[in-house]
Design a protein around this ligand. Structure first.
Ligand code: CP
Ligand code: NVA
Length: 305
C-alpha cells in the first residue's frame, strides 16, 4: 500500500512519472478533455485545519476524472468520537483514497498505519508534499526543465520549506534557505534530508540577499503558520528583515520567479508589488495544485488496479 505523507515516500523516478501524468492531464484539461479514469472511485477528505486550494483542487480534480469526493467535517468526530484506528479502518471500507490535513504529522502517520487505501498528506505541521510537487512542476513548466535551476526560500523553515527541500533533492534542484536564528531547519530534519538526498546542493544562511544569488525562483510563506497564531507578534519582529520586496527581487536574476503557496499576508512576508508583479507565479502555482494532485491520484490509484 503506497501513501504520500512526505516526499521521502516517493523516488525521483516516481516524481518524474507523476509529473508526466500531470502534464498529460493538464494538457487534456486545457483542451476540454476530462477522461473518466476513475469512475465510481471515492475520495474522503478529513481536514483539521482550514483550506481553500487543497480542498477544492482535490475535489475538482477527482470530479474531472469521473470519481467523487466528500469533505468530512467536525460532525464525523475525527479524533474525538472514536479511536483513530477504528475511524480509519471503517472509513477504508467505504472509500478508495483519503486526503488528510492534520495539526500534528503523527496523526497522518497513524491514519496511514491503519489504512487499507492510500493516504495523501494535504498538509501537516511538518510537511506539505502536494504543494511542493505542484511548485516544482511549475518551475519545470516555466523553464522547460529543472536542470540547473535553484530555489531560494526566504523565511520560516516550515512545512512547505521541508517538502520543497526534499523535492529539490529528489529532482536535482539547488536549494538555499535564509531564515533567522530560531526558525531554521532542525538538525534532525537536516540529517534526514542529507541522508535521503546525498547529492542535494544545499546552503543555509541568515542573509536573504545571499540566499537569492543566482536563484531561478524566490519562495516565501507566512511568518506564522496555522496553529502559530499566538506567536504572530513575536514572529513579525523576528522576520522583519525577511520580507520579499522589490529590493530583494532585484538582488536575484531578473527572470527569477516569485513563488508563494498562498494564502499570503500581503505587506508582511511579501509586498503587493512583488505578489502582483510580472515575475509572480502564485496563481499558476495554485492552478497547478489541481493538475499535480490529479497526477498523484492517477499514480496512486492507477498503481492499485
Ligand atoms: N497552499 C495551500 O495549501 O492552500 P490552502 O491552505 O488554501 O489549502
Ligand atoms: N505554512 C502554512 C502553509 C499554508 C498552506 C501553514 O501551515 O499554515
Amino acid at each position: 500500500m503506497r501513501h504520500l505523507l512526505t516526499l521521502n515516500d516517493v523516488t525521483s523516478d516516481e516524481i518524474r512519472r507523476i509529473f508526466a501524468l500531470t502534464e498529460d492531464l493538464k494538457e487534456k484539461f486545457l483542451q476540454g478533455i476530462r477522461e473518466p479514469l476513475f469512475p465510481g472511485r471515492v475520495m474522503a477528505l478529513v481536514f483539521e485545519k482550514q483550506s481553500l486550494r487543497t480542498r477544492v483542487s482535490f475535489q475538482a480534480g477527482m470530479a474531472h476524472m469521473g470519481g467523487s469526493s466528500m469533505m468530512l467535517g467536525a460532525d464525523v468526530g475525527f479524533g474525538k468520537r472514536e479511536r483513530v484506528d477504528d475511524f480509519t479502518r471503517v472509513l477504508c471500507e467505504f472509500v478508495d483514497v483519503i486526503v488528510m490535513r492534520c495539526k500534528h504529522h503523527e496523526t497522518v502517520e497513524q491514519v496511514a498505519k491503519y489504512a487499507t487505501c492510500p493516504v495523501v498528506n494535504g498538509l501537516t505541521d511538518q510537511a506539505h508534499p502536494c504543494q511542493a510537487l505542484a511548485d516544482l512542476f511549475t518551475i519545470q513548466e516555466h523553464y522547460g526543465s529543472l536542470e540547473g535551476t535553484k530555489l531560494a526560500w526566504v523565511g520560516d523553515a516550515n512545512n512547505v520549506a521541508t517538502s520543497l527541500a526534499i523535492g529539490c533533492g529528489r529532482l536535482g534542484v539547488e536549494f538555499s534557505i535564509a531564515s533567522p536564528k530560531g526558525y531554521q531547519f532542525s538538525s534532525e530534519f537536516l540529517d534526514s534530508l542529507h541522508a535521503q538526498c546525498p547529492d542535494l546542493k544545499f546552503t543555509a544562511t541568515e542573509d536573504p540577499f545571499e540566499a537569492v544569488q543566482n536563484a531561478s525562483a524566490i519562495y516565501t510563506d507566512v511568518w506564522a503558520s496555522m496553529g502559530q497564531e499566538g506567536e504572530q507578534e513575536q514572529r513579525r519582529r523576528d522576520f522583519a528583515d525577511y520580507q520579499v520586496n522589490q529590493k530583494l527581487m532585484d538582488a536575484a536574476p531578473s527572470e527569477a520567479l516569485f513563488m508563494h503557496c498562498l494564502p499570503a499576508k500581503r505587506g508582511e512576508e511579501v509586498t503587493d508589488e512583488v505578489l502582483d508583479g510580472p515575475n509572480s507565479a502564485v496563481v499558476q502555482q495554485a492552478g497547478n495544485r489541481m493538475h499535480a494532485q490529479k497526477g498523484v491520484l492517477a499514480w496512486l490509484l492507477g498503481a492499485q488496479s
